[in-house]
Design a protein around this ligand. Sequence first.
Ligand code: MN
Length: 306
Amino acid sequence: MPSTIGQPTLNEGVIVAGRPMPHFKRIEVEPITGAAGAEIRGVDLSASLDGETLAEVLLAFEHFLVIVFRDQDLTPEQHKAFSRYFGELTELPQAPIFPGHPDMQEVRREAHEPVTVVPFTRFHTDSPFLERPPLCIVMRALAVPKFGGDTAFANMYLAYEQLSAGMKEMVSRLRVVYSGKRIWQDNAKKDKDSQLRLREQHDFREEQLESTHPAVRSHPVTGRKALFVTQAYFKRFEGWSEEDSKPVMDYLQSLAYRIQHQVRVRWKPNTLIVWDNRFLQHCGIHDYDNERRHLVRTTVIGERPI
Ligand code: MN
């Protein structure tokens, strides 16, 4: 593939991820699907980034929502340093920590373990029950199956933009009650061999585990609107019964499953991706068996949804 670095734009009129393709000079950016995602080449994340390169990485992140870097053999400290370009790191009450690093989490399924140890193999947003849910996740692969174990993403700007005017008007008035209060009790009720791997201790207070957020949220800078509804931790819409809420929620959640909204990323060891947790939903695809999958991640705290 010829490098496009330093060449004039050849993307006049090209629309990708719902907007005109930006022009990049310092980094090579190759979109993955028409809906979201781009691979970035020409950046070594183990070193600090100069201002222009960083600005282009952040532009690619804003535009494509998930950016993929290959062959990034980072120490945990380098991983955290790169993550801080996106904002302040935060802990999560439920996600297991990466041993030795309380400000990093891990997603780990051993070769002998069932898929049930990993939460949310369906499309979801991470930790929407927090007052300030994550802005993004920076995740790096340590060990992945030879085939399979991709992560899929759905662009929720596109899901919103393609709704009819009447539905847009209705959802724009909805507020969603999310709660993470019952995760541990619910898990304890399951059979031992189908329990999730959860964090056992955290410093969050009970009232920090439930929040009400708008069903349509806006990007704080661009103002672009996206659907912010996920079945994960969903209780009900504010002012609605759980019974009335469910069919509407089920329909809105189904929009993430439309293939024209999606991208999926194939992992290799040392692949690092950054995804926007505000305007995308994601899910790990457990289409493999008898192999280890181990990913480490940081979580960047987001704004209160507006
Ligand atoms: Mn997740």
